[in-house]
Design a protein around this ligand. Structure first.
Ligand SMILES: [Zn+2]
Length: 166
């Protein structure tokens, strides 16, 4: 795993928590678990360390940063029952695909809304045109004050541009 992938995986574990598993397969478990060690010297049995399936960090099972623990030391999980945590380039690809899905959803929603608006405008064309006509008639005094000639259903044109056309 390269550095950007490792940082991405650590950030993901920071946000979602570590994923631990007590694995039944002895060969795999030897790489993923460390037996309990009396760290504080009180003679008690401290908790064993288990490696996170996603980031590979050694964590105690009762650590607050652990969110998922599969199996128990007494009832271990088979390799087939273990999840495949998202990590590395695959994880970044999944995140990018999720982002694209959200973008496509927003784009689709916008296109459907635009279609609905276009349909309503098309079905009510006559009433919309009369409304625009009334609006232009009502705005004519303001247009005269501003030097604009508001004519019928045509676009408002300024005095300068109408002279330039003629
Ligand atoms: Zn982790």
């Amino acid at each position: 795993m390269n550095r950007p992938d490792a940082l991405w995986v650590l950030r993901r574990c920071g946000r979602h928590g570590h994923v631990l598993a007590w694995i039944a397969d002895q060969q795999v478990a030897a790489h993923m678990e460390r037996p309990a060690v009396d760290v504080d010297g009180d003679g008690g049995d401290d908790t064993a360390l288990v490696r996170c399936l996603r980031c590979g960090t050694w964590v105690r099972q009762n650590d607050t940063a652990v969110t998922v623990v599969i199996g128990e030391p007494a009832a271990r999980a088979a390799l087939a029952d273990l999840p495949q945590p998202v990590r590395g380039a695959h994880g970044r690809t999944c995140a990018l695909l999720r982002l694209l899905a959200v973008e496509r959803l927003l784009r689709g929603t916008f296109l459907v809304a635009a279609g609905v608006v276009a349909y309503h405008v098309a079905t009510r064309r006559a009433s919309l045109l009369s409304w625009v006509e009334q609006l232009l008639i009502a705005a004519r005094p303001l247009g005269d004050q501003l030097g604009l000639h508001l004519r019928g259903l045509g676009w408002p044109t300024s005095e300068l541009s109408s002279h330039a056309i003629v």
